[in-house]
Design a binder for this molecule. Sequence first.
Ligand SMILES: O=C(O)c1cc(C(=O)O)c2c(n1)C(=O)C(=O)c1cc(C(=O)O)[nH]c1-2
Length: 248
Amino acid sequence: MLSPAELEAALRDIGARRYHNLHPFHRLLHDGKLDKDQVRAWALNRYYYQAMIPVKDATLLARLPDAALRRIWRQRIVDHDGDHEGDGGIERWLKLAEGVGFDRDYVLSTQGILAATRFSVEAYVHFVGERSLLEAIASSLTEMFSPTIISERVAGMLKNYDFITRETLAYFDKRLTQAPRDADFALDYVVRHAVTPEQQAQALDALRFKCSVLWTQLDALYAAYVAPGMIPPDAWRPGEGLRAGAGA
Ligand SMILES: O=C(O)c1cc(C(=O)O)c2c(n1)C(=O)C(=O)c1cc(C(=O)O)[nH]c1-2
């Protein structure tokens, strides 16, 4: 049985070893080593993660037994869906995808995403619906580590790519306050509810699982668009789905 401080340290240790900031694809992305089409592939695939996060959170919300918890969790859905058309995180991600040249309807269709992206994201939604509430909430704890990667990503991409503007990356501005707020709540919940060795092991495993959800998406991007460059049949190919005049 771990003390609350030990449990938190064990969770942070998982992030230190398995969070997707360590993935070679992110290293290339942040260091300016990708070409424009490789950045486009990332933006297109990541859209699916963004679009499904509120589905995941609605799945979780439906399982919360009391109003106080639901009131807190529902904010996540509002953050992504917005309060009205043209607002919210999904819309800001669409702006990012448009900023790198995509046609909005092509992105919305998700037809060009990698099957592995779809499988990873769906695995996350299923996990949250099927596992215990503790595991479902613990699986969101990767957000403890996201402010660091976001700061690094925004600085790196602005510095290294002439086709990236601050406006294109506006999605990340709000995440810098939203993610710590969400992660603080989830961490507090997990530490207070993981009160047996089994529950603590489940919480740690849920975070490992979620790190894999993020990692496998980048594995797939790397294999398709970096090396060996095996783009699966019907997945997005450079030149497809772009706005007229978006250019190479
Ligand atoms: O940019 C990133 O690297 C990153 C990572 C994560 C994460 O760690 O799961 C999220 C986000 N961004 C994000 O924007 C976001 O809305 C989000 C929601 C969640 C979640 O599990 O509920 N993770 C993340």
